[in-house]
Design a binder for this molecule. Structure first.
Ligand code: SIN
Length: 278
């Protein structure tokens, strides 16, 4: 699509675009409409040099829909909608350091998130995204037929993702959080705005297909976990302080690189409420 209010430059061949000409603290409706369209086309958008307040970050996220919630960790005291995504210099694990689609274990996982870089290591700490439309398109017809009828069980208990949130739960865990969350969603979901099909299983949260054991599900799930993140479906974003990323959680997975040991990294994340995947 042609844009008149924003400049959209593809960031990679498969997913992601940089958006210029925008101050996220001062958006009019027409500019926002173009941003939303660019998000549908590119799945993740990057905005550089943003100097926005907490209120402005929340207001930007709220333009996409009601603010969502993260069940395990408290938000900032003055802005509970903002969850700090933090790795302290002395910690070894990072939050989000496994490929995932955010909180797929909820009945209504978020439609997306807005992530704002506040403090970064001198080098490293990139984030990768992968395009789940493209991953679906590249499956064989036979595999598509098999998956189209399957539902998958997503659980917050899966080990590799669960351990990445432990330190933050220790610091600022929500007292009313359940021990774990589980939700069954279609293995292939249809995006409510674009009508396109996307793979909706991820190694962070998907445990098994409904009606099958983990052992029975594993051969196909493990294939999909690998397939979904093939390098040609991904982009890797190198952050600068002041950068903002917004992604569509319904058709993209992401991964926070953990390669900056001994340094602190702090991001502010706001999630946007989604619908039950269909
Ligand atoms: C997340 O999974 O939301 C965190 C991404 C990041 O810190 O880069």
């Amino acid at each position: 699509m042609a844009y008149s209010k924003i400049e959209v430059t593809p960031y990679g061949g498969a997913v992601g675009a940089e958006v210029g000409g925008v101050d996220l603290g001062e958006l009019d409706n027409e500019t926002f409409a173009e941003i939303e369209q660019a998000l549908y086309e590119n799945l993740v958008l990057f905005f550089h040099d943003q100097d926005i307040t907490e209120d402005e970050q929340v207001a930007f996220a709220a333009r996409f829909g009601p603010i969502g919630y993260y069940p395990f960790v408290e938000g900032l005291r003055d802005h509970p909608e903002i969850v700090p995504v933090l790795k302290e210099a002395g910690e070894s694990l990072n939050f989000g350091g496994v490929w995932h689609s955010d909180t797929a274990y909820l009945e209504k996982p978020p439609m997306g998130s807005v992530l704002y870089a506040k403090e970064l290591p001198p080098v490293g700490g990139d984030t990768l995204w992968s395009n789940m439309y493209l991953a679906y398109e590249r499956l064989s017809g036979g595999m598509k037929d098999v998956l189209d009828g399957l539902k998958a069980v997503n659980s917050s208990r899966k080990g590799p993702a669960a351990i990445t949130r432990e330190a933050r739960i220790e610091d600022h865990g929500k007292e009313d959080a359940a021990d774990y969350y589980e939700a069954v969603h279609p293995a292939i979901r249809i995006h409510p705005a674009t009508g396109k099909k996307a793979i909706y299983v991820n190694i962070g949260h998907t445990a098994n297909f409904e009606g099958m054991t983990e052992e029975e599900s594993a051969p196909i799930l493990n294939y999909l976990f690998e397939h979904a993140i093939r390098p040609e479906f991904t982009c890797r974003f190198k952050w600068e302080v002041g950068d903002v990323a917004v992604w569509d959680n319904r058709c993209a997975q992401h991964y926070a690189m953990n390669d900056y040991h001994g340094h602190r990294r702090l991001m502010h994340r706001v999630t946007i409420e989604g619908e039950a995947p269909a």
